[in-house]
Design a protein around this ligand. Structure first.
Ligand code: PEP
Ligand code: MG
Length: 589
């Protein structure tokens, strides 16, 4: 049994098809001075060909999975990278070597720079760079970009990684599941696998050396296991698990139109987190009642420069219209930390998580903030649009942000530019100071939304993207749960809406606890999580949830809380929590 990172839920059982395409054979060749220009042209043509292939892939991708097509734009940007292109051209010219060898050397030099980096996001960029350069080399060598076409029967793909072109040309009808050696939770393979509903596990070191084509294997995209050559007993267990999972998923989607109401009539609005407006179309399939968090950073991260006010306005307007009559909460730019804009002239910071990010950046450099607010205000006529400020650490920041907003409203009134005068303003509660002083923050806003991803990071002093301390990132730590209780109490006292838009909002293990805090108005999450969370809410009463939360808050340690939540949730909702553990087999241990 091999263990990796589960990226797409489900079980698949089938024959392995090894597709190790990570090794390209590149030879060094010297060239004559008279051939240098020709070689540079050959290199440029290969770059252009690769860009074209990316764009074609992107076109196909947008038909299947819009979010994935955005990632392909970032690959195309890498092909315009000065260092990659110019260093390779200088090498061809100065060392009189062939383009394949020159770009391989440029790549190896660039990859060395990543070796000392302990940051998942930047490490992901290393894989991206390798992938893009391999595409160029294949074009230089005249290799076909699509060797998946020879798959003619149902298989489980086992590979080092998959290029975007590979991923998009996966013959869906034949690929039952997939597992790769590299990649993380947010890698493009994972996003794509889950968009297509193909069970997937990534990040299993040396996977391709441990399995042979034709071996029978099982992919467990729920627990992250890959089981090779299973015994009959194991196989039977997984066949049951597979059936149960399919049945369970089908059942969840039956009640998609039903609201999330407890048995004693307490209603919670379940909304979706999105990174791109392309995702809105699919939200109704999961029963989302609006967008609780639009992370606008991705609009900027996939651009070469700042989008114009017009571009932003068009984007927000379309989003508001598509989601209407439901609301959309647009978060102003939360750039900084792991999301850096290369065109923002960002300063190097020793502690970027504690640096100029979110609202701090917006207040320090208000030009872009003003453009965003203008675009949101103009779009506010086309639906129930709300504004959300990220990374608030004190009420003064909201006063400053609101005064900028007020200035824009004044200008609009003077120029007779229409907008919704009653547009609501919210603050994210994701720093300890904002949580402790939630009552002060609440005086300045219409609603609050708790960003548990960052709140946990800052309360526990555990970097959310550092794998070395990942085991210390404990959402069920008593300090987190008590902080949530206090923030909920503050919102109740102020009579204002409180939602959770961090990962905890979509974690079914903690739903009953959140409900029991008594004043939960909305949860916003990855849309795929909505059906299960809704089912739990509909099966519970507020009264039992309150008892439950009280008990959880009386427990003295993370371990105790973990054990209690695990046992209780399985006992109370057997059909919802058996999924992840009921059929667990410890065959090799
Ligand atoms: C959060 O911090 O919980 C959140 C929702 O914002 P992000 O994950 O974008 O930082
Ligand atoms: Mg955050």
């Amino acid at each position: 049994m091999l263990t990796g990172i589960p990226v797409s839920k489900g079980i698949s059982i089938g024959e392995a098809h090894i597709l190790d395409r990570s090794k390209l054979c590149v030879l060094k060749q010297t060239i004559d001075s008279s051939d240098i220009d020709k070689e540079i042209i050959r290199f440029r043509i290969a770059i252009e060909q690769t860009k074209k292939q990316m764009q074609e892939t992107k076109k196909k991708a947008s038909e299947v999975a819009d979010k994935y097509s955005i990632i392909l734009d970032t690959y195309t940007l890498l092909l315009d990278d000065d260092i990659l292109v110019n260093d390779t051209i200088s090498k061809i010219r100065n060392e009189k070597i062939n383009a394949e060898w020159a770009i391989t050397e440029t790549l190896n030099k660039s990859l060395l720079l990543f070796d000392n980096i302990n940051d998942d996001y930047l490490k992901g960029k290393k894989d991206d760079l390798e992938l893009v350069v391999h595409g160029v080399i294949k074009n230089l060598l005249g290799h076909s970009q699509n060797a998946l076409a020879d798959i003619q029967k149902p298989v489980i793909l086992i590979t080092h990684t998959l290029s975007p072109a590979d991923t998009i040309s996966i013959p869906r009808q034949y690929v039952l599941g997939l597992a790769t050696e590299v990649g993380g939770k947010t890698s493009h393979v994972g996003i794509f696998a889950s968009a297509l509903g193909i069970p997937g596990v990534v990040g299993i070191k040396s996977l391709t050396t441990k399995i042979n084509s034709g071996d029978q294997i099982i992919i467990d995209g729920i627990s992250g296991h890959v089981i090779t050559k299973p015994t009959k007993k194991t196989l039977d267990h997984y066949k049951i698990k597979q059936l149960e999972h399919k049945k369970y998923e089908r059942k969840l989607l039956v009640d998609i139109k039903k609201p999330a109401v407890t048995t004693d009539d307490f209603r919670i609005r379940l909304m979706a987190n999105i990174e791109s407006t392309h995702e809105i179309k699919a939200l109704k399939n999961f029963g989302a009642e609006g967008v609780g968090l639009y992370r606008t950073e991705f609009l900027f991260l996939t651009s070469q420069s700042f989008p114009s006010e017009r571009d932003l306005y068009e984007n927000f307007k379309k989003a508001a219209q598509e989601i209407s009559p439901h609301p959309i909460i647009i978060r102003t730019l939360d750039i900084g930390m792991d999301k850096q804009l290369h065109f923002y002239g960002h300063n190097e910071e020793d502690n970027p998580a504690l640096g100029l990010r979110g609202i701090r950046m917006s207040l320090a450099k208000p030009e872009q903030f003003i453009i965003q607010l203008r675009a949101i205000l103009k779009a506010s006529l086309y639906g129930e649009v709300k504004i959300l400020y990220p990374m608030i650490s004190d009420a003064d920041e909201i006063v400053q942000a609101n005064s900028i907003l007020e200035g824009i409203k004044e200008e609009f009134r003077a120029e007779q530019i229409p907008f919704n005068e009653d547009i609501e303003i919210g603050a994210m509660i994701e720093t300890p100071s904002s949580a402790i002083c939630a009552e002060l923050i609440l005086k300045e806003v219409d609603f609050i939304s708790i960003g548990t991803n960052d709140l946990i990071q800052y309360l526990l002093a555990v970097d959310r993207i550092n794998e070395q301390v990942a085991h210390l990132y404990q959402p069920y730590n008593p300090s987190i749960l008590k902080t949530l209780r206090d923030v909920f109490d503050a919102a109740a006292a102020a009579g204002k809406r409180v939602s959770i838009c961090g990962e905890l909002g979509g974690d079914p293990m903690i739903t009953l606890f959140l409900l029991g805090l008594g004043h939960l108005s909305d949860l916003s999450m990855d849309p795929h999580s909505i059906p299960k969370i809704k089912k739990i809410i509909c099966q519970s009463s507020l009264k039992e949830a309150e008892e439950f939360s009280k008990h959880v808050l009386s427990l003295g340690s993370t371990n105790e809380i973990n054990t209690f939540l695990n046992e209780e949730m399985k006992k109370r909702y057997p059909s919802d929590f058996a999924q992840d553990s009921k059929y667990e087999i410890k065959e090799n241990s």
